[in-house]
Design a protein around this ligand. Structure first.
Ligand code: TYM
Length: 369
């Protein structure tokens, strides 16, 4: 049977069937029991955009007992960052706030340089600088957060080489779906990302880390877990937390940097851009006419504006519940729902952009040398 969707670190397309991915990737569903423990964390976790994990129950148990734990999540700087990229970083920050743990943030400029033909060496270095400021602006703790960029923190190569020796070419090819015409950088890069994921253990000794990412990054985690217990390393298998994808404005499977700008809200967008994009392009679960909408109501489950509020921009459960029921009943129109979202995104971005400016003064305090 032909697959109707594709999920790899390099490509996401089609209508993603997450239940099928759970089976294919051999990951564990985040159940009610675990969600109960996450009621105080970010809406992304407690409202279910994060849907599966590997050993996160163990990580939580260690965290609750005050044992050594850490968080790793990274960024491949191929472009400006968009609101979909907030998904792993806000969760990393939320775990840091709750458990006061160290967070490691690798910037894989080499990855995007290898896999994106249009991304030149100069461009990738410039995007890395810009993206690092966006990440710092999210409010990670100074002195407990370490950002490192592959082309700059070249020490990471010494770890990647030790790992590369333990990953066969056929593993890389099978896990990442490499094609004969792909350059050899692609086949080496998984060793680099494995080095990122094991870096806290290389640096601080054996302990349990967790990697929050969208599910497309799981192949890297699988390979890393496999080699982590090799006799040369004897590390803990890193845990993982997987999210679904934040949809693009038109309701596409994944908001992606390679989409046209009309499908993406960038962290650098201004009010006019946000207004125009949401009003014109955000896929609506409302009815075609106001009359119909008042009579039959809208469907928040497929409405992109509602999804953005639910996962990123309306943390208050009561307010979100009222928006949802008013939309379902037809009391709230699509245009009104969009206005609520525009206001929320505007406030978020205004504050974010201010903090990004301030981050320019602090950046050195977060960079690993
Ligand atoms: P990158 O730069 O493509 O994306 C950064 C992170 O954002 C997630 N993401 C999304 N999540 C939800 N909805 C979306 N629409 C969406 N778009 C992107 C990605 O899954 C990713 O977690 N190889 C990685 C960067 C990396 C990394 C690491 C991640 C380098 N080293 C170590 C984790 C651990 C990448 O290219 O991500």
């Amino acid at each position: 049977m032909k697959k109707e969707f594709t999920v790899t670190p390099w490509e996401v397309s089609g209508n993603v069937d997450y239940e099928r991915l759970i089976k294919e990737f051999g990951v564990t569903l985040i159940d009610a029991n675990m969600r109960y423990k996450l009621v105080k964390t970010h809406p992304l976790l407690r409202r279910g955009l994060y849907f599966s994990h590997r050993d996160f129950d163990l990580w939580l148990e260690r965290a609750e007992k005050g044992k050594k734990i850490s968080v790793i999540t990274g960024r491949g700087p191929s472009d400006k960052m968009h609101i979909g990229h907030l998904v792993p970083f806000l969760v990393a920050k939320s775990l840091q706030e709750q458990f006061d743990c160290e967070v490691f943030i690798p910037i894989s400029d080499d990855e995007k340089f290898y896999v994106k033909e249009e991304v030149t060496f100069e461009k990738v270095l410039a995007y890395a600088q810009d993206n690092i400021l966006d990440i710092i602006a999210l409010g990670f703790k100074r002195g407990k957060t370490y950002i490192f960029e592959d082309f700059v923190y070249t020490n990471i190569y010494t770890y990647a080489a030790q790992i590369a020796k333990r990953i066969t070419y056929s593993t890389s090819k099978a896990v990442f779906g490499l094609k004969p015409e792909d350059n050899v950088g692609w086949s080496f890069y998984p060793a680099m990302q494995a080095a990122h994921i094991l870096f806290p253990q290389f640096l601080r000794g054996k302990h349990l880390s967790v990697v929050p990412v969208a599910i497309d990054q799981d192949p890297f985690i699988r390979v890393t877990r496999d080699i982590s217990t090799h006799k040369d390393f004897q590390f803990e298998k890193p845990a993982a937390l997987h999210s679904k994808f934040m949809p693009s404005l038109d309701g596409g499977a994944k908001m992606s940097a390679s989409d046209t700008t009309s499908k993406v809200i960038y962290l650098s967008d201004n009010l006019e851009e946000v207004k125009k994009k949401i009003n014109k392009y955000a896929f609506s679960g409302g009815k075609d006419t106001i009359e119909d909408h008042r009579k039959h109501g809208g469907n928040p489950d497929i409405d992109v504006s509602f999804q953005y509020l639910r996962y990123l921009f309306e943390p208050d459960d009561q307010k979100l519940g009222k928006i949802e029921s008013d939309y379902r009943s037809g009391k709230l129109l699509t245009s009104e729902l969009k206005s609520i979202l525009i206001e929320k995104i505007f406030l978020f971005l205004k504050e974010h952009q201010k903090r990004k400016e301030q981050a320019k003064r602090n950046v050195e305090k977060f960079i690993l040398k």
